[in-house]
Design a protein around this ligand. Structure first.
Ligand SMILES: C[S@@+](CC[C@H](N)C(=O)[O-])C[C@H]1O[C@@H](n2cnc3c(N)ncnc32)[C@H](O)[C@@H]1O
Length: 349
């Protein structure tokens, strides 16, 4: 079992785990700044704070049996800390992937053999079905994803095991009600479910919200935590070892709207612009105007049609057909965005 914890760990957590110390400690302490690239909200890249990620690894370590196996579904920060702190517990990171994860792989923070690119819209790879003692899952906060992430987590688990689910932070009551209903469907299809633990977790404020002060509405509690929620660990046993048909149908009932495709344009300083459509097609005869997208609601179809690119600082480039074109190539788009970021930064300073 792992016995190494970073120096800056909050005292209470360290005491609770009975840690020791060894040579990889310095590797652990700087793992939190290893990403290299800023998160992009079109990638649903909401990263746990270091404290949250380490407390999750700690919880995994407390439960996972000797020779046990853990799957992190959509939890790259936790996988990174797992690699730094308890590499002797077998684990796999399953994720659709985004530039941040590729940064971690390139920096060696997550060993390449530990990452399996996987999109929850597709079936679980056969060799991973029923292969894990514990699955930790943090879905994007959209219903169609939450259903699919839970479904895939159950399929990854052995006949029984631990399911650690990050809960929706509860901003919208209608969504919370739908999530609760889905949860009841899932539990109804299982042989046994018991709640074992609940941990407080929160996220680092991403640049795309900080750029316009958008994080303020999501900072709560005495600890001033950003998007505070909990990770609840359940001991579950599957009925007949499989997934209930009713839950399966409920989990995939909502179609996934894909609007985050597109190429990545490097705009420097660890930031990037994601082109929603191919600019070489879109830019013919249109003008591009940059603006800040206030709020993180998903754009409607009409808005999306006009959006060309989105940056990690929440700069949105929109196309209009009624003015002189400003940008002609992907390179120009990068230049335009860089200039815009600089203006935003100097305004904020
Ligand atoms: C809310 S973030 C959770 C990250 C976690 N808080 C962490 O710091 O480790 C959601 C994660 O799900 C992944 N993801 C989004 N859509 C996915 C999909 N369709 N299939 C698999 N992974 C997906 C994203 O790449 C992202 O890593």
């Amino acid at each position: 079992m792992c016995s190494v914890y970073p120096r800056e760990w909050p005292e209470g957590m360290a005491r609770a785990s009975g840690q020791g110390a060894c040579g990889v400690e310095s590797r652990a302490t700087d793992a939190g700044v290893a990403w290299g690239v800023a998160p992009h909200f079109l990638d649903s890249d909401w990263r746990f704070t270091t404290e949250a990620a380490i407390s999750i690894v700690n919880s995994v370590q407390r439960r996972c049996p000797p020779n046990g196996r853990v799957a992190y579904l959509g939890c790259p920060t936790v996988a990174m800390w797992h690699a730094a702190l308890c590499g002797d517990i077998d684990f796999v990171l399953l994720d659709r992937g985004h530039p941040g994860i590729h940064g971690l792989l390139e920096a060696g923070r997550i060993p390449a053999r530990r990452f399996r690119p996987y999109d929850v819209c597709g079936d679980v790879p056969a060799d991973l079905c029923g292969a894990f003692d514990m699955v930790v899952v943090d879905p994007p906060w959209y219903l169609e994803y939450i259903g699919r992430f839970w479904l895939r987590s159950l399929q990854l688990l052995r006949r029984s095991g631990w399911l650690s689910i990050v809960e929706y932070p509860g901003y919208r009551r209608d969504k919370q009600i739908a999530i609760d209903s889905l949860w009841r469907t899932m539990v109804g299809g299982m042989k046994h479910v018991t709640r074992e633990e609940s941990l407080s977790v929160s996220y680092d404020v991403p640049a795309f919200e900080q750029s316009w002060g958008g994080e303020v509405g999501f900072i709560t509690g005495s600890r001033s935590a950003y998007r505070a929620t909990s990770l609840t660990t359940w001991k579950v046993a599957k009925r007949g070892g499989g997934v209930d048909e009713g839950f399966f149908r409920a989990a995939v009932a909502l179609p996934v709207r894909c609007w985050s495709s597109g190429r990545k344009v490097d705009i420097g300083g660890g930031h990037y612009l994601r082109c929603v459509c191919d600019p070489s097609v879109l830019l013919k005869g249109v003008a591009v105007r940059p603006h800040m997208w206030k709020g993180l609601r998903r754009p409607g179809i009409a808005e999306l049609d006009a959006i060309i690119g989105w940056s990690t600082r929440n700069t949105v480039l929109m196309a209009t057909r009624d003015a002189r074109p400003l940008v002609h190539s992907t390179k120009d788009l990068g230049e335009l965005c860089r200039g815009f970021e600089l203006r935003c930064r100097s305004r904020a300073a």
